[in-house]
Design a protein around this ligand. Structure first.
Ligand SMILES: *Cc1c(COP(=O)(O)O)cnc(C)c1O
Length: 375
């Protein structure tokens, strides 16, 4: 079996009985939309995340959109996000007629730099969206402080960091809203699309629930313009089977990260992931930097690994502000100094990382990385 970037099948086989029983349960009840399975998952997810309020939605992108809609984000508003992230973080901002404003990152964590955020705040700013990229939290306290001072909402894009902690607090539970994705390859992935909105403020979660359900509490009594975004029962059943294993899944990722560190950290040409002192890293990705700020050199390492049948991937080669959707429409976004964002996009390379990765496979990955620099 060749090394895989993500091994969904290997993980499924280990928990097959629980997953299959969950799916069978849904088939028996035929309660495919809403109902007990979704409610049960929402309650269990809440327990796992320090009791925060939870709402299942159709995917992680919708979770962001529903949160923004609940906050009333609209034309004329600005929302500050990183540029070094998956496009979904900013997508809904533009869809709602608001303007994404891109802040530079901290080069150590790849996450939003609070000082860069502060410099971008204007009267139009409505919300700040820190992304906990690759499985590690952004430095939230200074961001929460800025938000408090300027009366802004914070929406934590926690698609890559479920289970991570920041000064002991669960990722996604510290801002007014948090959002999760259960895309199959995420740390808590279902077998299709799924997502969740988190909030510790009951009125905010109620508003999100209203919006995700066509803007109605009572059928055919629609109060606001909403969307249809639900976590379906089949996916909720899969997630209920997987959630009790999340801590073990996280520990497996962390153990794999420790092994990579031991195998690679003496190499001068690369940097292994920085672990911020303020929290835990759940290693959605194990992302190295190829020093030199040179994408050609990084891509050469990628090609070398691929030629040896080692998968690896660049998350993300193009910062959002340079994507055609923004670059070709100057009014579509705003951004500040982007030095660290540009360098990260030139240097990052994510190595295979999943719950089933073996020490032997990691040795092969490390040998392949070393053979590139020994040439
Ligand atoms: C995956 C991801 C999303 C979107 O989640 P989907 O479930 O695929 O819609 C949003 N933000 C980040 C940072 C992600 O990694």
């Amino acid at each position: 079996m060749s090394i895989q970037m993500v091994d969904l099948r290997g993980q499924y086989l280990r928990i097959k009985d629980e997953v299959d029983a969950g799916i069978a349960r849904v088939l028996e009840t035929t309660q495919f939309i809403n109902g007990a399975e979704v409610k049960g998952f929402e309650a269990e997810l809440s327990d796992a995340l320090d009791g925060v309020g939870t709402l299942g939605v159709a995917n992680g992108t919708d979770a962001l959109q529903v949160a923004f809609m609940a906050l009333g984000v609209g034309p004329g508003d600005e929302v500050i996000t990183p540029s070094f992230t998956f496009v979904a973080t900013a997508e809904a901002v533009g869809l709602l007629g608001a303007t994404p404003v891109f802040a530079d990152i901290d080069p150590n964590t790849f996450n939003m730099d609070p000082a860069a955020v502060e410099a971008l705040i204007t009267e139009r700013t409505k919300a700040i969206v820190p992304v906990h990229l690759f499985g590690q939290c952004a430095d939230l306290d200074p961001i929460l402080e800025l938000a408090c001072h300027h009366n802004l909402a914070v929406v934590e894009d926690t698609a890559q960091a479920v289970g991570a902690r920041y000064k002991g607090r669960a990722a996604g539970t510290m801002g007014g809203f948090g959002t999760l994705s259960f895309f199959p390859s995420k740390n808590l992935g279902c077998y299709g699309d799924g997502g969740a909105v988190l909030s510790g403020i009951p009125e905010w979660l109620d508003q999100a629930r209203l919006i995700a359900n066509h803007g109605s509490k009572k059928k055919y009594h629609n109060e606001v313009v909403g969307v249809n975004s639900r976590l379906d029962a089949m996916q909720a059943a899969v997630l209920r089977a997987k959630l009790p294993h999340l801590d073990a899944f996280t520990a497996a990722r962390q153990a794999a990260a420790d092994r990579y560190d031991a195998l690679l950290s003496d190499l001068e040409e690369i940097e292994t992931p920085h672990r911020a002192h303020y929290g835990t890293h759940v290693f959605h990705q194990y992302t190295i930097r190829v020093s030199g700020n040179d994408p050609v050199r990084r891509d050469a390492l990628m090609d070398h690994l691929n030629a040896l049948n080692i998968p690896c991937y660049v998350y993300y080669p193009i910062p959002l502000h340079l994507l055609p959707i923004y670059k070709d429409n100057p009014d579509s976004c705003r951004f500040g100094e982007m030095t660290h964002t540009l360098q990260a996009a030139n240097e990052v390379l994510s190595l295979p990382m999943h719950t089933e990765l073996t020490a032997d496979e990691q040795q092969q990955v490390a040998d392949a990385v070393r053979s590139f620099f020994a040439r």
